[in-house]
Design a protein around this ligand. Structure first.
Ligand code: 1GP
Length: 250
């Protein structure tokens, strides 16, 4: 089974999936391995690896290390063409469809596609939509784009449907790492009612309650990064996983 099918199966069985994002720049490899192992032990479904920049590690080595310590899928969530590794299970092949900057709509993808093919890596076509979240995020700055205003549900809905009609497999509604405000529940509700492909939601989700709200609004996958990076308590990931897995009541 390929990784996309695995993701769809997780959604089917559990109601929604919980994804832990590890940014190689935010902690040491050893700490990252510990987070990944705790994520697997406490019920997270998938590990995402990626970040806006790469200042402190060789990406391929980092992915290899994480992959060799967990058995749940490891998927690259690339901040750029410097983040490709054959040791991952798959890569989100993203276009920032909320943008009007041709370089992040199609330019970077043209550079990355042949490399991904040569490495035999599964590419999961993903429509990445930046949503205004209270301050300029790294993703906005680095992509030189403006986010969709957080009260313009119609704009978000139209972007998502265009992505579905273009054949993309997933939509990622992104408030940005460390966002002040998460993606509005009403926007998630309207987008997920309008399209039939799964919607990932991330950015600023700092509590299991917030994660549960996003799932109740229609999200198929929840991503958290920042909240697990500092002083990760035992059991914390399990609380998030239980909040997201609404079909499995315990
Ligand atoms: C960022 O959506 C992810 O790309 C996760 O955001 O780090 O704020 O959880 P946080």
């Amino acid at each position: 089974m390929n990784t996309l099918d695995t993701l769809l199966e997780i959604r089917e069985k559990k109601g929604a999936g919980y994804i832990v994002l590890i940014d190689p720049d935010k902690q040491s490899v050893e700490q990252s391995i510990a987070i990944a192992q705790q994520a697997e032990k406490e019920g997270a479904d998938v590990i995402f690896i990626g970040g806006s920049l790469l200042l402190f590690s060789v990406f391929d080595d980092f992915v290899t290390q994480i992959k060799s310590h967990v058995s749940i899928p490891v998927v690259i969530f690339p901040g750029g063409t410097n983040q490709i590794s054959q040791h991952a299970d798959a890569i989100l092949f993203m276009s920032i469809i909320s943008s009007r900057n041709p370089d992040v709509l199609m330019g970077k993808q043209i550079l990355a596609a042949p490399v991904i093919k040569m490495l035999g890596l599964e590419a999961i076509s993903t429509a990445y939509m930046l949503i205004e979240s209270g301050k300029m995020t790294s993703a906005e700055f680095m992509s030189d784009t403006r986010p969709i205003p957080r009260d313009k549900y119609d704009i978000a809905v139209a972007h998502a449907l265009a992505a579905e009609y273009m054949g993309m497999k997933l939509i990622y509604l992104e408030a940005g790492s460390g966002a002040i405000h998460t993606v509005p529940n009403e926007m998630i509700h309207q987008v997920t009612n309008y399209v039939s492909i799964p919607v990932i939601v991330g950015g600023g989700i700092t509590s299991p309650e917030l994660a549960r709200e996003k799932v109740a609004a229609g999200a198929s996958f929840i991503v958290t990064g920042n909240v697990l990076e500092n002083k990760l308590e035992q059991g914390r990931i399990r609380q998030f996983a239980m909040a997201v897995h609404h079909k499995i009541e315990t």
